[in-house]
Design a binder for this molecule. Structure first.
Ligand SMILES: *Cc1c(COP(=O)(O)O)cnc(C)c1O
Length: 338
């Protein structure tokens, strides 16, 4: 199966499986797991922060960040499309008593800083206390420009707010711009990064920040059931995600371009190629085609996608360029027969 639903479907590499099998482990809740400790230290150093925390998922890492920056009755400003607003089951509100203040994302994924500024509440007991701005990079596969991040940081600083990066796919943003991940994270007080997406680790994310922030996050992680014991088995793969899998993302980006170009030739699909900047291709399906039927036909032809009017196709380590050509041919064949 050519599985284009997400880069979360990636299998751990052979090197990861070997490292996992031989990882030296201990009880991480006691701070005794040398492999987890090494991953956290290495990540903090590599990404330009004082400290790091290995978490079960990106959702948990984002929630820990929100709960460590904000208290009950505080709010964070984010995009309507932000993962940590729209796709994390309302965790900040449910578990943190933190009010989201979502504002519209622009077509390029950014938030207009004038909108952000207008949403910041004055110090008045009628309002929740605005504490944090949260951005996402990449967002919907799109890269936020470095100057924009610098301006957002400046805004946060001038208003006395903290600024967080949901960097689930920040490695893709870095590779797309020929930058180090640290070059992007430098504008943020805290950041998350998923090891388990394009970087191929089976499980886990990282949360980065200063020492006191990570101490608070460690307490919340324990409370939320995220204190894992011999977690070095997972951290061993996570380390290879950071050291061996980042540069390779360029292949996924090249494959996404080939896919976008091929699909844009098909009458029933509309692809805005300017939005294909990393490993995601979005294709609008002609309203006459039933997405579920197309998905079923494609599955029969060996291509797995999620049914939607707007198809999201994600390239990753388990998709070779030959698979991209097969996918384009399968789309042509199936759309001629639905
Ligand atoms: C996937 C994702 C997350 C959450 O990661 P999980 O490990 O799936 O919980 C957070 N933010 C963004 C932008 C993501 O794409």
């Amino acid at each position: 199966m050519i599985d284009l639903r997400s880069d979360t479907v990636t299998q751990p590499t052979a090197a990861m499986r070997a490292a996992m099998a031989s990882a030296v482990v201990g009880d991480d809740v006691y701070g005794d797991d040398p492999t987890v400790n090494h991953l956290e230290q290495m990540a903090a150093e590599m990404l330009g922060f004082d400290d790091a925390l290995f978490t079960t998922s990106g959702t948990q890492a984002n929630l820990l960040a929100l709960m460590s920056h904000c208290h009950r009755g505080d709010e964070y400003i984010c995009g309507q499309q932000a993962h940590n607003y729209k796709y994390e089951a309302g965790g900040a509100a449910v578990l943190g008593s933190i009010q989201p203040q979502p504002i519209a994302n622009q077509a390029d994924g950014s938030l207009l800083l004038a909108d952000v500024s207008a949403a910041i509440k004055p110090d008045d007991f009628h309002f929740a206390r605005t504490r944090l701005i949260s951005l996402e990079n990449t967002i919907g596969g799109k890269v936020l420009p470095q100057q924009y991040l610098a301006d957002a940081q400046q805004l946060a600083f001038s208003k006395g707010l903290k600024i967080h990066l949901d960097g689930a796919r920040v490695a893709n943003a870095a590779v797309a711009q020929g930058l180090a991940i640290a070059d992007i994270m430098q504008f943020f007080d805290s950041a998350t990064l998923c090891l388990s997406k394009g970087l191929c680790a089976p499980v886990g994310s990282l949360l980065l920040g200063d020492e006191h922030f990570i101490q608070r996050a460690r307490r919340w992680r324990k409370m939320l059931g995220g204190g894992m014991r011999q977690a070095g088995i997972l951290a061993a793969a996570g380390e290879l995600a950071l050291t061996q899998q980042v540069a390779r993302l360029a292949d996924d980006h090249a494959n996404a371009q080939i896919l976008a170009e091929g699909l844009s030739q098909i009458a029933e699909l509309t692809v805005d190629r300017s939005l294909v900047q990393t490993n995601m291709v979005f294709a609008e399906l002609d309203s006459k085609v039933d997405p579920q039927l197309l998905t079923t036909k494609l599955a029969e032809a060996g291509v797995r996608i999620s049914a939607s009017k707007t198809l999201r196709l994600v390239t990753h380590n388990d998709i070779a360029t030959a698979d991209i050509h097969k996918t384009i041919a399968a789309f042509k064949h199936c759309l001629a027969h639905v």
